[in-house]
Design a protein around this ligand. Structure first.
Ligand code: ASP
Ligand code: MG
Length: 251
């Protein structure tokens, strides 16, 4: 059965109604006969709020504690999404980054994934579960929780897609694709049907506030087709892939 990794951003999960909307979209994919591994960000502004709180109790919060605190945002989103899916009669289970086997170095706040041991994920897929992984987090060799830097759920999603050999990674937010310029500022901005990883890295470098650059690099290295689309409509989105001529050359 084909496996797809879907990542939903914080704005797509900002309240109960939006979580249920995301659950319906996942259900559709599942019913279309695909195995689904979902990666979630924290709801809305949760991460910002948690950071503020930390600095209110201590001007220099210890980084280890800060990372555990921040990781809870994604846990909230993952558990609620699992409950929403259960309410629709679907089998689903939420996993923390650590439970999902995401191992990192110990650079708190900006940890890098060193490897992924997806034993548990495969076990749950075998049990017919939709697996929902809390993004943006992992665990060190010494079993401390780390976070991957702002926007890090993108990196979780791509790294998982590579580790699970998913057919592609789909990233859903409130923006329905990659545009030639910021559509909120420039009315002539045109949405791209597809774009190569190299071009995308340029776009990101030019400040388009979108995909975490580390995620794009990973997607290129592992040749993961990466769809950027909206969770609020069914517009086509933008597919990021290898440069023309290279398309499919590694599969
Ligand atoms: N919640 C984290 C952040 O806001 C990670 C993410 O959204 O990908 O940076
Ligand atoms: Mg976020």
């Amino acid at each position: 059965m084909p496996l797809v990794v879907q990542k939903y951003g914080g704005s797509s999960l900002a309240d109960a109604a939006k979580i249920r909307n995301v659950a319906r979209r996942i259900a559709k994919t599942r019913k279309a006969g695909k195995q689904v591994v979902v990666v979630v960000s924290a709801m809305g502004d949760t991460t910002d709020d948690l950071i503020k709180l930390a600095y209110q109790v201590n001007k220099k919060p210890e980084e280890r504690e800060l990372d555990v605190l921040l990781s809870t945002g994604e846990l909230v989103a993952s558990t609620l999404l699992a409950m929403a899916l259960h309410g629709m009669g679907l089998r689903a289970i939420s996993l923390s980054g650590a439970q999902a086997g995401i191992k990192t170095d110990d650079a708190y706040n900006k940890a890098r994934i060193t490897n992924i041991e997806p034993v548990r994920i495969f076990k749950e897929l075998t049990k017919d579960n939709i697996v929902i992984v809390a993004g943006f987090q992992g665990i060190t060799q010494d079993e401390d929780i780390t976070t991957l830097g702002r926007g890090g759920s993108d990196t979780t999603a791509v790294a998982l897609a590579a580790a699970l050999k998913a057919e592609r990674c789909e990233r859903y937010t409130d923006v329905d694709g990659i545009y030639t310029s910021d559509p909120r500022l420039i009315s002539k901005a045109r949405k791209l049907r597809d774009i190569s990883y190299d071009e995308m890295l340029e776009v990101v470098t030019y400040g388009f506030k979108s995909v975490q650059p580390r995620a794009v690099e990973l997607a290129e290295v592992y040749n993961i087709p990466f769809l950027v689309a909206s969770s609020f409509n069914n517009n086509a989105g933008t597919l990021i892939h290898l440069a023309k001529g290279n398309v499919n050359s590694h599969h």
